[in-house]
Design a protein around this ligand. Structure first.
Ligand SMILES: Cc1ncc(C[n+]2csc(CCOP(=O)(O)OP(=O)(O)O)c2C)c(N)n1
Ligand SMILES: [Mg+2]
Length: 275
C-alpha cells in the first residue's frame, strides 16, 4: 500500500511551489486540509479521471474553496490535470487555473469559494442519488470558520430530514480563520454536541493523520439513516514550524529564506514517514 503519509509531504512541496509561481495562495488552509484530501482521493472515494462522466461516481466538493492549491496538487498527482500546465498558468490573467475551484476543469464538480454553499449543494446531490436509486456518496470539506455561515445549518437540517446517509461532511477544525482564533471570532464549541443535536452521526479524528482518517471514513460508509460529519482536528500551516498555528499564514507567499526552511521541514517529515 502506498505510503500516504509521505505522499502528503511531497504534495505540500508542490503547493508551496505553486504559490510561489502564482504569487499568492491560501497556504495555511492548504496545509491543514492536505491529509483529508489525500485520504479521500487515494483511499476512499470512487473518483478517477476515467469515471468523471459516470453517474455512479462519488461526488467531492471543496466547500472551503480557498484551499485550491492543495486541491490542484492532488488533482495533478491523480491525473485529472497536467502539473506542468497548472504550474505555468496558475493565477495568470485569463487562465482557467484560478485560486478557487472552477467547474470548467476536469474533476471539479462545483464552483466554490464563497463560503457556506458547498454543504447545501451536497445535500441536493445526495438527495438526487436517493431519488434516482444511485449508490454514489457525496463528500464535502468545510472550514471551521465557514461554519459561521447560516446556510451551512440549513443544509445540516435538510440532510437529517432526508436521512442522507450517503452524505459525509468534513470540518477542517484548525481553530483559525482569516482574522484569528475561531473561538474569538465566532465560537464553534461544542461542535460534536451541535451536529448531534441536529441528528447527525458525529465522529472526531486526528485530521493530519491519513491512517486515522481512513478508519473514520470507512466506518462512516456503514452508518445508515443519517448523515455523518467528521470533525478533523488539524493544524493550520501543518508541516513546518514556520507556519503552524499562525494566523498570518492564512494567505501568504514565503520569502526565499522561509521557503528554504519550509521545504527542509517537509523533507524531514517525509523522511520520518518513510522510515
Ligand atoms: C462568504 C464568504 N465570506 C468571506 C470570505 C473570505 N474568506 C476566505 S477564507 C476565509 C476564512 C475561512 O476560515 P476557515 O473556514 O476556518 O478556513 P481555513 O482555516 O481552513 O483556511 C474568509 C473569511 C469568503 N471566501 N466567502
Ligand atoms: Mg479554519
Amino acid at each position: 500500500m502506498e505510503n500516504l503519509r509521505a505522499k502528503a509531504f511531497e504534495l505540500r512541496k508542490d503547493v508551496v511551489d505553486l504559490i510561489v509561481a502564482g504569487k499568492g495562495g491560501h497556504i495555511g488552509g492548504d496545509m491543514s486540509v492536505m491529509e483529508i484530501l489525500v485520504t479521500l482521493y487515494y483511499r476512499i472515494m470512487n473518483i478517477s479521471p476515467k469515471n468523471m462522466d459516470e453517474p455512479d461516481r462519488d461526488r467531492f466538493i471543496l466547500s472551503k474553496g480557498h484551499s485550491m492549491e492543495a486541491y490542484y496538487a492532488v488533482l495533478c498527482d491523480r491525473g485529472f490535470l497536467d502539473k506542468g500546465d497548472v504550474m505555468e498558468h496558475f493565477s495568470r490573467f485569463g487562465s482557467p487555473y484560478i485560486g478557487h475551484p472552477n467547474n470548467k476543469l476536469p474533476g471539479i464538480e462545483m464552483n466554490s469559494g464563497s463560503l457556506g454553499h458547498g454543504l447545501p449543494v451536497s445535500v441536493g446531490m445526495a438527495l438526487a442519488a436517493k431519488m434516482d436509486g444511485r449508490q454514489y456518496r457525496v463528500y464535502t470539506v468545510m472550514g471551521d470558520g465557514e461554519l459561521a455561515e447560516g446556510s451551512v445549518w440549513e443544509g445540516v437540517m435538510a440532510a437529517r430530514q432526508y436521512h442522507l446517509d450517503n452524505l459525509c461532511a468534513v470540518v477542517d477544525r484548525n481553530r483559525l480563520q482569516i482574522s484569528g482564533n475561531t473561538e474569538e471570532v465566532m465560537g464553534q464549541d461544542d461542535l460534536r454536541r451541535r451536529f448531534a443535536s441536529f441528528g447527525w452521526n458525529v465522529v472526531e479524528a486526528a485530521g493530519n493523520d491519513v491512517e486515522a482518517l481512513t478508519q473514520v471514513f470507512l466506518r462512516a460508509k456503514e452508518i445508515k439513516g443519517c448523515p455523518t460529519v467528521v470533525i478533523a482536528n488539524t493544524v493550520k500551516g501543518f508541516g513546518s514550524q514556520v507556519m503552524e498555528n499562525k494566523k498570518e499564514w492564512h494567505h501568504r507567499v514565503p520569502t526565499p529564506a522561509e521557503y528554504e526552511a519550509i521545504i527542509k521541514d517537509f523533507d524531514a517529515r517525509r523522511e520520518a514517514a518513510l522510515s
